[in-house]
Design a protein around this ligand. Structure first.
Ligand SMILES: [Zn+2]
Length: 308
């Protein structure tokens, strides 16, 4: 016999025999909220969370997340990992890509934002070689004299404290992230969970000891993730940043997000890549692209995206 109940989610009255929610939609909404609450409390245990916390510590402020859509940033971060590839058998990354800042973090007067428009997925060697060089106009940054004291992150701050600061600063962008994305635990926490399942007392164990114990207990399937070639990564990044949208014998009129102005891309041949002409006097700029798989050419390609 159905009775009248109050939906746990929307608080509306409905008739049911044993349901807690009035609809599937309410059930799903409640599950999403529960997941989001767990992600928020455990944000410092999640891989993406730890990375964000680390970046805020490095910049000593959460203001590097100014105007950042965290879902977009998360997607970019995942893509970068996917491009890098991974060989679990050998516990090593095959080819490494990094999220490289266009406007650098460590600059005397400014701090480059952790914003998708200020990041380029680049090979690690390019990122290293580039260091903190910057043309002063590309990307997104804030001036140091504009930084707010209350948003500062100190080296001595705990990861939990920085996590809370990030959540407060990002507001609805953070809620969107934890409600819509699936976020995985950091590797150390995954290892700990596995060991606890095996009845191992993990309290007080160092990272190395946990790793050793994990190797003894873990027999899960090993996997190999292929890394992406530099040529493909470069094209995808050009497209994402709006520098180009196709390769071929076309003149492409696009808005250049790096420089905040339109750019014409001239592609004489699709075989090799070279920066051809940059017209400094007459705007918009002219970039020439030719393609090559040669390493030096790859670097020239990235120099089109952002200066070395
Ligand atoms: Zn409901």
């Amino acid at each position: 016999m159905p009775k009248t109940k109050i939906c746990k989610e929307c608080k509306k009255k409905f008739k049911t025999i044993r349901a807690t929610y009035c609809s599937d939609a309410c059930n799903r909404r409640c599950l999403r909220k529960t997941k989001a609450a767990k992600y928020s409390t455990d944000f410092h245990k999640l891989k993406f969370g730890l990375w964000l916390i680390g970046e805020c510590k490095r910049a000593q402020t959460v203001e590097i997340l100014t105007g950042v859509n965290l879902c977009e940033l998360h997607s970019l971060w995942v893509t970068c990992k996917k491009y890098s590839g991974f060989n679990q058998e050998e516990w090593e990354v095959i080819r490494k890509y990094e999220l490289s800042h266009i406007s650098p973090v460590a600059h005397p007067q400014s701090i480059g934002l952790l914003h998708p428009d200020n990041l380029v997925i680049a090979p690690d060697y390019y990122n290293r070689k580039r260091g903190t060089r910057w043309n002063g106009v590309s990307g997104k940054w804030i001036m140091k004299y504009n930084l707010q004291t209350k948003l500062r992150v100190k080296q001595t701050d705990t990861i939990e404290a920085v996590s809370k600061k990030i959540q407060k600063f990002c507001g609805s962008s953070f809620t969107d992230l934890v409600e819509s994305k699936t976020l995985s635990k950091s590797f150390i926490h995954k290892m700990k969970d596995k060991l606890i399942e095996h009845g191992v007392d993990v309290s007080g164990l160092s990272y190395e000891e946990i790793e050793k114990q994990f190797a003894l207990h873990d027999s899960s399937k090993k996997y190999v993730l292929q890394s992406e070639d530099c040529h493909t990564v470069f094209i995808e990044e050009c497209e994402r940043l709006g520098v180009i949208y196709c390769i071929g014998n076309y003149h492409i009129d696009q808005f250049d997000q790096l420089h905040g102005e339109p750019v014409f891309v001239h592609s004489p041949t699709p075989e090799c890549l070279l920066r051809n002409v940059v017209n400094d006097l007459l705007k918009p700029k002219y970039y020439g692209h030719m393609w090559s798989i040669d390493c030096q050419m790859e670097l020239n390609g990235y120099a089109v995206l952002y200066p070395l």
